[in-house]
Design a protein around this ligand. Structure first.
Ligand SMILES: *Cc1c(COP(=O)(O)O)cnc(C)c1O
Length: 402
């Protein structure tokens, strides 16, 4: 007879197979068991044929990866602990000393900070290009350019680039194209099919996605994914992922699996509310510019229309306003402080509406020609009623001037 402690660990009972329910099981593991040494030696960890170690995948992470591939139209997926880790993994897997990276000047800020910090220290150079000017990208591509980031819409300012044109220029040059697909989330447009119906699909090479935003939808999980269609490129990323040990927690993966079935409904609800609020803000004299790709006067609206204006497309949950120049920074801060339903906080695509004031001068190498001068505030529209959110902005505008 074994001791009780031993029996509790090596308990003979196995629950019957065949349980089925709407939730996906949470398989927690660092250790995975092998029946024999031969199995231990022969099992493959780089694909989904087996299990070897928690870092390399469990039924929970495999299921999430496959569903994310379906969402974005990719073939392979790697999960990482945050959206920024996805951006970093792409850079570390693909770039080496002597390579040059091109980043849009309106990219997600920490993507630029990574280039200015670690990448520069490792001898990887970078240049910023104007995403609204494909000729600027073409002029900055050189023999050293290994990879180009694209992002649609731009971070904070939400200009919408001619994404197919940018991707085509990179392809002609032979540079890899990595997309930060957090805004589109696989819904607004299809990153691996940017010209539906074209004889040769126009596709990015890599799509990085902050699952923290729409796929989670709760403001309570940090996670990211890196999706590809090229097996060799995926293996390069998978190897780098293994070496860096970028595992995700099983409970977090299950939370994203639980939210994913409602992503299209949430995207639509956020989208409709955001369009209504952005259109109303255009009628307010305090704002000299409202930035939201579905607004006809917003920069790049025509490119947004071509790529995303379908019944199952969309324009996400973000819009920014530029305050008239006579409002001081203190007044704009007072406006943000006066908001009640819009909470001060980073991130977006959760149930709670959020607001962040931004100083564009510290974020851009040049002030973009298409953006009015003035203090900028970005709203992330949650799932509250539009009328209540509109009333909240109206009362904060009165509080600011009163
Ligand atoms: C939030 C965000 C990220 C980073 O995601 P985290 O999970 O917060 O690290 C990357 N890119 C974009 C466009 C984002 O909005």
């Amino acid at each position: 007879m074994s001791a009780l402690s031993t029996t509790l660990i090596h308990h003979p009972y196995e629950a019957p197979e065949g349980f089925a329910g709407p939730a996906h099981a949470v398989h927690k593991a660092s250790t995975v068991f092998f029946p024999t040494v031969a199995a231990m030696r022969s099992r493959e960890w780089k694909d989904k044929t087996a299990y070897t170690y928690g870092l390399h995948g469990t039924p929970t992470t495999y299921a999430l990866e496959e569903r994310l591939c379906t969402l974005e139209g990719g073939a392979q997926c790697v999960l990482v602990p945050s959206g920024l880790a996805a951006v970093a993994l792409v850079a570390l897997a693909v770039l080496k000393t002597g390579d040059e990276l091109l980043i849009p000047d309106n990219a997600y800020g920490p993507n630029k900070t990574l280039a200015e910090g670690e990448l520069r220290a490792w001898g990887i150079t970078h240049r910023y290009y104007n995403a609204m000017d494909p000729q600027d990208l073409a002029a900055k591509l050189s023999s050293a350019t290994r990879m180009v980031w694209v992002e649609a819409a731009g971070s904070v300012t939400l200009e919408f680039p001619d994404l197919p044109a940018l991707v085509r220029i990179c392809k002609q040059h032979g540079a890899l194209v990595a997309l930060d697909n957090t805004w589109g989330a696989g819904i607004a447009f299809k990153p691996f099919d940017l010209e539906p119906g074209a004889p040769e699909p126009l596709a990015v090479d890599i799509s990085a996605h902050a699952l923290t935003k729409y796929p989670s939808g709760g403001g309570d999980v940090l996670m990211g994914s890196v999706i590809t269609r090229d097996t060799a490129l995926h293996l390069k990323i998978k190897l780098c992922h293994m070496r860096l040990g970028l595992a995700v927690g099983a409970n977090d993966a299950e939370m994203v699996l639980r939210s994913l079935p409602s992503i299209t409904l949430r995207y639509r609800a956020h989208d409709e509310a955001t369009r209504a609020l952005a259109a109303w803000c255009q009628t307010q004299s305090a704002f000299v510019q409202v930035l939201h790709p579905a607004l006809p006067r917003s920069p790049g609206h025509g490119f947004w229309k071509t790529l995303c204006d379908r019944p199952d497309g969309g324009a996400a949950c973000l819009f920014s306003v530029v305050f008239a120049p006579h409002f001081s920074q203190d007044q704009v801060d007072a406006f943000c402080d006066a908001l009640q339903l819009f909470r001060l906080g980073y991130s977006w695509a959760g149930p709670v509406s959020l607001v962040v004031p931004y100083d564009l001068r510290s974020m851009r190498s040049v002030w973009p020609a298409e953006i009015a001068q003035g203090t900028m505030v970005r709203f992330s529209v949650g799932l509250e009623a539009v009328a209540d959110l509109q009333a909240d902005i109206a009362q904060a505008l009165r509080a600011m001037v009163g």
